[in-house]
Design a protein around this ligand. Structure first.
Ligand code: HEM
Length: 134
């Protein structure tokens, strides 16, 4: 299958490993991720597959993000906001503006969708809120 030439596989891996280094050190998200990620090595490999599929069209990712996130206890809009902030800080350091723009846009859309699905799963009778409503 042809891949997109937005970025290289090395740039994808760099994005993923730099981002999760930040996440793991973060006061809000670090303890949460460390409590819920069972195996960091396999999580990071899976996230490289996810972003390689999203940014390079490699179609390597096999997973089910919606049920995985819906099963996590105590996720909030502010956690998604913060996740996106750290992600944008990371993509700004990559030195690849087209990749930065595309990754930020995809992350925003996917975060909104995951947060929407999370609320529908947890509180089906309430109207779901956007990420910025808190
Ligand atoms: C508050 C924000 C978020 C939190 C706390 C969070 C947390 C987690 C956790 C704990 C896992 C499971 C890891 C494991 O099983 O070892 C996971 C998996 C995953 N996350 Fe997130 N996440 C967040 C936002 C996002 C966003 C915005 C994206 C995409 C743009 C994303 C993409 C993924 C993917 C692709 C997986 C793998 C799903 C699978 O195994 O099928 N996450 N996340």
């Amino acid at each position: 299958m042809p891949t997109l030439d937005l970025c290289t596989e090395e740039e994808v891996a760099n994005l993923v490993y730099s981002f999760y280094d930040k996440v793991r050190e973060d006061a809000l998200l670090g303890p949460f991720f460390n409590a819920h990620v069972k195996n960091w090595d396999s999580h990071l490999l899976k996230m490289v597959d996810f972003w390689s599929s999203a940014l390079r069209g490699t179609a390597r990712f096999r997973g089910t993000p919606m049920p995985t996130h819906a099963a996590l206890p105590g996720v909030s809009a502010s956690m998604f906001q913060h996740w996106l902030q750290l992600f944008r800080e990371t993509t700004a350091t990559l030195g690849n503006s087209p990749m930065q723009a595309r990754a930020n846009l995809l992350a925003q859309r996917i975060a909104e969708s995951l947060w929407y699905g999370y609320q529908l799963h947890r509180q089906p009778v309430q109207i779901p809120q956007g990420i910025d409503c808190e």
